[in-house]
Design a protein. Sequence first.
Length: 599
Amino acid sequence: VRYYDLPQFAPGNLGVKVHPLMFYDVFRPAPVYGNTDFTNLYDFMVQEAPNRQVWYFPEAAWWLTFDIPIPLYLPITIEARDRDIQGLAPLLAQGLDGHRVFGSGHEWGYWQNEYCSFRMASDLSYRWTDCIDDITAPMGAAGAEVSAILQEVVARQAEFMFDEEALRWLVGTDPETEIAAGIGVVFHPLPPSPSEILRWSEEEVEAFETTALPLLQGIERDFFFFGNRLRALDVPDGAQNIFQEIVDGVDAFRLRAKHQWQAYGALVMVRAARLRGEPSLIADAEQQLLDAAQTTEETIEVIRRREEGYRYLPIERSIAGGADGSEDENWTIYRYRYLNRTHHAYYYTRVDAMAEEAFAGAARTVNVDDAVIGPAETFSLSLNESLTSPGVDYGDGTTAASAPFTHTYAPGVYECVVTGSLAGDEFREAIPVAAVREEHRTGFSGRVILPAGAEIIEGVLPALVFGPVDELGPDGQLALGFALDETSHAVAPADWLALRGTSGERFENAPTSVEVPVVNRSSGSALTSIIVEDAVLTHEGERATLRGALLSEGVVQAVVSIGGFDEQGARRILATTLGFTPETLPERLDFEVAFDVLP
């Protein structure tokens, strides 16, 4: 039995509120929180209405990463609520006793969703199109055309807003959402990270070019025409407040689709340039990334225009906190105010920043695919064309002055040094490399054994790559690397360390302090790290175990960093999760994680 179906076993005098999410109804697809649809909620209501009081409890807005803060204008919600009300009407003769709407604010047209839900629930003969007509009636002669355009907007949104692949490009993503996905709580479909795109295969590039790109460009085109039709109308001054909110909402939706194909499309072009050997695409991608930043500025202009009509005043109350939401004494559980991320166009600027960072990484002077090299692997690095007179000293007596810069190492620990001239200045970069006699990989298989209750962090643990460097024997040299990507198992030069220890049938290092990255698996990046003191990695057969002492203060700071909590709240969460109070939380916690070693 699903957790949310447990009320069926409660006494009959206890009612239940049934709660679908966002703009979804209980009949069509709903790819959120691990669901494919909410038909199970409809079935539950049909089953339970004869036995108990049932309230229907849908949402008018769910603002964390989905609608208002982007912002997305979603009148499709009105049609979805109408679909529910009509579909559930037969239950009125049984136990369906009420209709309650959960909202997260009224800006960007979301008041329309609540107003229409109330009107439609009060009168079953009153349909969503009637409500659109009422909303636009104050616009005089233009009202009928505004209503017609809104109904076309709803019909167009119905074509793609229930599609998981379309949603992933339109909705917002942030570290909190990505970390939640990493521990198995998937709010809604997420877009691929920029670093992931830069590892795509030719097939994945072609899929974006033939599916996502035309989809987003088509949405931009259609909402451009919707906006032009609206701006051509003559609306009385007394109805301008409602009319301008609709215009701004349509413009914002157009700009969202435009920005996403520009920003993500630029990264796809970079990947295509690599795969297809077409360096000219890089310049096109650079320009498209600049175009995306310009679209962000246009979006901010629309947001500022809309803010002049906000109903919540003073506006500082709802946008306070600064660009990162941390510069304000906030009395809620969220570190940012309700419209803070809308005001700063966070779900645009974050994508721009990630795309620029990935683009810069792709254009980095020295790129190393993997710094922990197994016996069947070849060390490889690529140099940016801007580096002139390049020279590579592999650290084992071998040098190279021209591509390809690949090398086969004997087992050992080395420092590979790249030199040359960059923009007229001398350039030097040292890359630590470990060549192991036998390489072992675990993938994202870490299972927390100790401390009890810490299993929740399993979704943010890295993969391990390790092996002996020296001949087998006591006091040998070992390499331990942390991979942030499960597929490639590649270890960045900064993410491995050399250890002293023994290897043979039993692999074990001498106790040391280890900095373990906390991984955002969605983006393939390290958000922060936790310190494990007296860390010992053992490997026997198909199992590797990392043991040591976890510093609780380090975990608290990691929770603060990735979860947006204040220090007091993070300490309370950690203590409660582990079965302590903030006052009794130990400074050091026994730590043990078991990994499955891949064959």
